[in-house]
Design a protein around this ligand. Structure first.
Ligand code: IMP
Length: 446
C-alpha cells in the first residue's frame, strides 16, 4: 500500500468540535495537491503551530500554510467577507503567500453584519434554552439560504451589484430585528464601506470550484477534504437543536463542491482522548468535578473563537459509535492523549441509563431524553509515565496503549494517528492498518 500513490482523504470532527482537526489537517496537507473546506464559517477556529510561528485560522483551509497546496472553500460554507479579508491580511502579515492558491465557490453564502445581530437577538430570546452560538451569524445565514433570499459569493464580482444586494438584505433584516426581536437595527450606511472593502479583496478569488477539484482528480492528484465542527454538532445527526446549522458529515462535501461522491476518500474521524463541548445542550459524560477541571486546565480547553471555557468530560463510546456509524468514519486520530497523563483512574461511558432503568446503547433523537441519561462508566487504569511528547508507538506507557486498544475494540475502527502535544512533531502514526500506511509517509515528511 505504501508504494501506491496517496488517495483522496477526508478529515472530520467526531465529537462536538474542537477535536484538534486543525493540527491533523495541517500535518497531512503537505501530502495533498489540494485542501477543501466544505461547511460552516468563522464559527470554527484553530491555531496551527509551525515551529515558533502560530497561525490563527477560522475560514481558510489550513493547507494554505503549505506553499504548494491549492485551497478551496465550498458552496455549503457561509463566509463573512470582512472576517475572510482580515484573515487574508493576517496571513500576508506573516508572509504566507496566498496568491492564486485560494478559491471561493461562486455558490458559497455570505454573512452580513445583520446576520450577526439576528444571531445575538435570537439567542437572547431563547432564555435558558439558548444554544450558546458563537454569535457569528451562522444560523441566520443558513436560514437565508433555505429561505432563498441569501447572498452568494458570485455577487462579490461586481461592486455595484454587491452593494445594492447587501443593503437591500440588511434593510430586510433590520425590519425583522425591530419587529420580531425589538432589537436595535444595524446602521446600513456605516456597515457598507467595510463590506465593499472586503469585496475588492475577495472578488478575484471567486470561482467555480467543481471543475478545478475534478481536474485534480483527473490528473490523479489527491485531495484532502476538511470538515468543520463535528458529527455531534451536525444539523441533523447531532444533538438537535443544540447544534450548528450545517451538515458536518463527510458525504456533504460532494454537493458542497459540485462533485460526485466517488471523488471523496476514506474518512479519518478526529476525537480527543476525552470529550469537550462548548455552548448549551446535552453532554452525558460531562464531569462537573475535579477531573473536569483538571482536564480543562491541562488541555487549555477555552474556545479559540469565543474564549469561552469548554465543558469537559470522559470519552463517550455511545456518542463515538454514533459518529462512526452516521459519518462512515474508517479510522480515528486520537488527540490530546497527554492531557490524561497522571490521572489515576480514567472513566469511559459505555452505555446510557434512564431513571426507569432503561439502558440505551445509542444516541436518542431528542435532546430532552439525552439530557436525562446517566452514563454507565467503565473504569480504566491511567498511566504514571507521561505520554506528553511521545512520538514512538512503542514508547507509550502500557496503560495508554491499553486505553487506545480498548477504544479500538469497542469502536471497531483502528486508531491510526495519536497526538501527544500541540507541536507538529508531537504526533505518531499507529498500527499497520491500510489507512495507517497511507498517512505514515505523509506524517514522516511533514
Ligand atoms: P453556531 O455554529 O455559531 O450557530 O453555534 C451552534 C453551536 O455549535 C454552539 O454550541 C457552538 O458553541 C457550537 N460550535 C460552532 N462551531 C464550533 C466549533 O468550531 N467548535 C466547537 N463548537 C462549535
Amino acid at each position: 500500500m505504501s508504494q501506491q500513490k496517496t488517495p483522496s482523504l477526508m478529515v472530520i470532527g467526531g465529537q462536538w468540535g474542537d477535536e484538534g482537526k486543525g493540527k491533523i489537517v495541517d500535518l497531512l496537507s503537505g501530502g495533498f495537491s489540494a485542501v477543501v473546506r466544505y461547511n460552516g464559517g468563522n464559527n470554527a477556529g484553530h491555531t496551527v503551530r509551525v515551529g515558533e510561528r502560530h497561525f490563527a485560522l477560522h475560514l481558510i483551509p489550513s493547507g494554505i500554510i503549505h506553499p504548494a497546496v491549492q485551497c478551496y472553500m465550498g458552496a455549503n460554507m457561509v463566509i463573512d467577507p470582512i472576517a475572510l479579508k482580515d484573515e487574508l491580511e493576517g496571513l500576508a502579515g506573516q508572509r504566507v503567500a496566498v496568491d492564486g492558491r485560494l478559491s471561493i465557490s461562486t455558490r458559497a453564502a455570505l454573512i452580513l453584519p445583520t446576520h450577526q445581530a439576528l444571531d445575538t437577538a435570537r439567542e437572547g430570546s431563547r432564555g435558558v434554552k439558548a444554544i450558546g452560538t458563537t454569535g457569528r451569524g451562522i444560523g441566520p445565514a443558513y436560514q437565508d439560504v433555505a429561505q432563498r433570499r441569501g447572498l452568494r459569493a458570485w455577487i462579490l464580482r461586481d461592486q455595484k451589484t454587491f452593494e445594492a444586494y447587501c443593503q437591500s438584505l440588511m434593510e430586510t433584516h433590520n425590519r425583522e430585528l425591530e419587529t420580531v426581536f425589538g432589537a436595535e437595527p444595524v446602521n446600513v450606511a456605516e456597515a457598507t464601506p467595510p463590506l465593499v472593502e472586503a469585496q475588492r479583496v475577495l472578488a478575484p478569488l471567486v470561482a467555480d470550484i467543481g471543475p478545478r477539484i475534478r481536474a485534480h482528480h483527473d490528473r490523479g492528484e489527491a485531495v484532502l477534504f476538511e470538515g468543520a465542527q463535528g458529527v455531534m454538532l451536525d444539523v441533523v445527526w447531532g444533538t438537535y437543536p443544540y447544534v450548528t446549522s450545517s451538515s458536518c458529515l463527510p458525504a456533504s462535501a460532494a454537493p458542497s463542491c459540485g462533485i460526485g461522491p466517488a471523488h471523496l476518500g476514506d474518512v479519518i474521524g478526529v476525537m480527543k482522548a476525552y470529550v469537550t463541548r462548548v455552548g448549551g445542550g446535552p453532554f452525558p459524560s460531562e464531569d462537573h468535578g475535579a477531573a473536569g477541571e483538571t482536564i480543562r486546565e491541562r488541555g487549555h480547553e477555552f474556545g479559540t473563537t469565543t474564549g469561552r471555557p469548554r465543558r469537559c468530560g470522559w470519552f463517550d463510546l455511545v456518542a463515538a459509535r454514533h459518529a462512526i456509524e452516521v459519518a462512515g468514519i474508517d479510522a480515528l486520530a486520537i488527540t490530546k492523549l497527554d492531557v490524561l497523563d497522571g490521572i489515576e483512574t480514567l472513566k469511559v461511558a459505555v452505555a446510557y441509563e434512564l431513571d426507569d432503568g432503561t439502558v440505551l446503547d445509542h444516541v436518542p433523537a431528542d435532546a430532552e431524553t439525552l439530557a436525562k441519561v446517566r452514563p454507565r462508566y467503565r473504569e480504566i487504569s491511567g498511566w504514571r509515565n507521561p505520554c506528553e511528547g511521545v512520538v514512538e508507538e512503542e514508547s507509550l506507557p502500557v496503560e495508554a496503549e491499553a486505553y487506545l486498544q480498548f477504544l479500538e475494540r469497542q469502536l471497531g475502527v483502528p486508531v491510526v494517528i495519536v497526538s501527544t502535544g500541540p507541536r507538529r512533531s508531537e504526533t505518531m502514526t499507529r498500527g499497520t492498518s491500510a489507512l495507517a500506511q497511507v498517512v505514515r509517509p505523509i506524517l514522516e515528511n511533514a
